[in-house]
Design a binder for this molecule. Structure first.
Ligand code: LRH
Ligand code: MN
Ligand code: MN
Length: 406
């Protein structure tokens, strides 16, 4: 049923020169991967808070993720973190996913939870520890093969806490050597996404401290390596959308870990603190999707959109739904930017008109649009309400307390 709010919206947007059918197609094509660890117990640096009803293993995490897909229709894949999601038989896990209508997405090798990694993993001074870390990533590549995933997503906790603790350049060399071996083991259809973060757990220097370092590694490794932008991994004031535009232009933007932050790597619900930044990120992507260069358009079309959030005070499934719905909302708004109008204002160096063309799109209410898109996708117009009305949240309480952490 198309209501009058949508009719009005459609007329208004058509008059502005926006092709609403095309906007709807883009929205239907948007796929957002949710992280297995977002369904587990988590906490702060000081305590892991145990909730009732948390999945006890990777199989149950997938069951919760399937709810998010069921109510939104746009979250068909789930990222794994290994060994957090270690199972005996990955083919069986994939089958379970498939029965739930899901696929397994990015495989994240965990290189930060073993005592061996106290001084780093792929950058560690000791060859035996580097070997162990490389072997773990190689095993994850095998898991990716087994579960039909084409993404290895790598984040390193490597760094130092004190000046002089280790050679920064020495570590850079060890890192590149380790990555080369990993890169060589990738199947031709696989992509290695390299994530960076400016601090934490290391506080003096981090071996992959910013996008430039990740980009440099990816560039030297080859076309299957790309950069992953986690929106919480930058210093205050960093222009994340510029990084996005730059990487797109170099055709090296692999994907996102969306989450929200106020201070540091806060891993909060996406769009809860600075939705305008999220919208401006999508503005850059939208512009790249319409670029005159094939390669830039292709990169924009192949971005892996993933959520990386750890809730500790909120119920997990609704929190994940909120994040997904926020990504969808701010993408929808960015699709309402009239790029021709922006370009014209830029050519006339009309600063106010250019800024206005961007902001205007942000200010539209996209609720009627999203309701229609969801109806056409065969999911509830209000996924959050529908989930809360379902009894799933009640039923999982039978799992009790003491589920998987992260
Ligand atoms: C590091 C990070 C990385 C990890 C995840 C659990 O802060 O963003 O992506 O794999 O958190
Ligand atoms: Mn991340
Ligand atoms: Mn993070």
């Amino acid at each position: 049923m198309v209501d009058s709010a949508y009719t009005l919206f459609e007329r208004q947007q058509t008059e502005r020169g926006i092709d609403v059918e095309q906007v709807k197609e883009h929205l239907k094509a948007l796929k957002i991967e949710t992280p297995s660890w977002g369904y587990g117990d988590s906490g702060t640096r000081f305590k892991v808070f145990k909730q009732t009803g948390i999945p006890r293993n990777a199989f149950e995490k997938l069951e919760d993720a399937a709810q998010v897909h069921h109510f939104t229709g746009i979250c068909p894949s789930v990222a794994l973190h290994i060994p957090w999601d270690k199972v005996e038989d990955y083919a069986q896990l994939q089958q379970h996913a498939s029965h739930l209508g899901l696929t397994l997405g990015a495989i994240n090798p965990n290189l930060f939870q073993e005592d061996d990694y106290i001084f780093g993993s792929l950058c560690n001074l000791q060859p035996a520890i580097r070997r162990r870390a490389i072997d773990h990533v190689l095993e994850c590549i095998e898991v990716a093969r087994t579960v039909n995933s084409s993404i290895i997503s790598l984040w390193l906790a490597d760094g130092t806490n004190y000046p002089g603790q280790d050679s920064i350049r020495g570590r850079k060399h060890r890192l590149f050597e380790s990555l080369q071996e990993i890169y060589q083991a990738l199947a031709p259809e696989m992509r290695l996404l390299i994530e960076y973060k400016f601090f934490e757990p290391a506080f003096y220097h981090t071996d992959l401290g910013d996008w430039g370092m990740a980009y440099n590694m990816a560039l030297k490794l080859g076309p299957q390596a790309e950069v992953l932008v986690d929106t919480g991994h930058h210093a205050q004031g960093t222009n994340v959308e510029q990084i996005v535009a730059y990487l797109l232009d170099e055709q090296k933007l692999g994907g996102f870990h969306f989450n929200s932050r106020k201070y540091a790597d806060d891993d909060l619900i996406v769009g809860s603190v600075n939705p305008y930044e999220l919208f401006l990120i999508f503005y850059q992507i939208r512009e790249a999707l319409a670029d005159s260069q094939d390669a830039v358009r292709q990169n924009a079309a192949n971005i892996a959109y993933m959520i990386d959030q750890s809730h500790c005070i909120e119920p997990k499934i609704p929190a994940m739904l909120r994040s997904v719905l926020n990504v969808q909302t701010y993408y929808a708004k960015a699709l309402l930017i009239n790029l021709a109008e922006v370009r014209q204002a830029q050519e006339q160096q009309d600063v106010l008109a250019a800024e206005s063309a961007i902001r205007e799109a942000f200010e539209f209410d996209v609720t009627p649009l999203l309701q229609v898109v969801r109806e056409e996708l065969g999911v509830p117009a209000d996924p959050m309400r529908a989930y809360l009305k379902s009894d799933y949240g009640q039923r999982i309480l039978a799992r009790g307390k003491g589920g998987a952490s992260w």
